[in-house]
Design a protein around this ligand. Structure first.
Ligand code: 2AM
Ligand code: CA
Length: 278
């Protein structure tokens, strides 16, 4: 893909985003095939991270090592933020954000709702996102300013505008206190929307918003690697992607969907926030 797009200014001419996207896709595909092979290969060594709900397998680590190795082999001066190994700074201005296996809980059970997510920022500005779903062989891609694609076909968000007709995606935090608040909020939302889905993969939820498979989505307590690629893909498909007060999305809260649905959903969430704060 040659997008002809210039990356945001840093003073220096930036790398070609189309080339970066091809590199990210190649790395994500290789990692996705590794995950598929791991699934049929037998018992996975599972350990926990922050809590009993926070699982990691050898395959998470192997997928991450493969992606980071491949990216840095091509571009050794880049920085990387990756879920399992954290921040690795680099001087080039380009920073990769990698989730080697988003939806680990699904993966462990053989539930085909997990993905590899690779995003890149140029001097802090998101420039590309790639999310690969190996179970369906679906590759979601976006380069900033050039639209979002699924296996090369352009994507656009749902045309629904009424919350009462919306299929809402969301997820639960691993923090027990936040989960309890989320359950309360869902109790209010359940009769305001058509129905609710919790897929277990934030990266795929955001891509499914881009594809119109979910009308609208929100989730609290994510990390950059869960959301960076999916947010750009959703935004490039026409979604409004924002945070709690309508500003940029944060780890605390991301909302994504057609602008009218996001505004209505944000009003419901703000109502709950006001109630719990008072
Ligand atoms: P994971 O599968 O890579 O861990 C589920 O609602 C979504 O939230 C998944 O994308 C999951 O990512 C993410 N998630 C939930 N809690 C998380 C945490 N503490 N750290 C990172 N990701 C988290
Ligand atoms: Ca994740």
């Amino acid at each position: 893909m040659n997008t002809g797009m210039a990356l945001p200014a840093s003073g220096a001419a930036g790398p070609d985003p189309g080339e970066l996207c091809r590199l990210a896709e190649a790395a994500a595909h290789e990692a996705g095939e590794l995950l598929l092979r791991g699934l049929v290969g037998g018992a996975l060594a599972i350990s926990t991270k922050s809590s009993a709900r926070d699982l990691v397998t050898d395959l998470d680590r192997a997928s991450e090592a493969l992606i980071v190795r491949r990216l840095l082999a091509a571009r050794p001066d880049d920085g990387v933020l990756a879920e399992e190994t954290g921040e690795q700074p680099g001087p080039s201005g380009l920073r990769w954000i990698v989730d080697p296996l988003d939806g680990t809980g699904n993966y462990l059970r053989g539930t085909p709702m997990y993905a590899v997510s690779v995003a890149a920022e140029w001097w802090g500005e998101p420039v590309l996102g790639v999310v690969y779903d190996p179970s369906r062989r679906e590759t979601f891609t976006a380069v900033r300013g050039s639209g979002a694609y699924l296996n090369g076909t352009p994507l656009s968000v749902s045309r629904r505008t009424a919350l009462g007709e919306a299929l809402l995606g969301t997820g639960f935090s691993r923090d027990p206190r936040i989960r309890t608040e989320q359950a309360t909020t869902l109790g209010r939302l359940v009769n305001l929307v058509q129905d609710i889905r919790h897929s277990g993969s934030a990266a795929l939820d955001l891509c499914w918003v881009a594809a119109g498979r979910l009308d609208v989505y929100y989730e609290a307590d994510l990390r950059q690697w869960d959301r960076a690629a999916g947010e750009l893909i959703a935004a490039e498909a026409g979604a409004r992607v924002c945070g709690p007060h309508g500003g940029p999305a944060t780890d605390d809260l991301v909302l994504a969907g057609p602008p009218a649905l996001v505004e209505d959903l944000r009003a419901v969430l703000a109502h709950d926030e006001t109630r719990t704060a008072s």
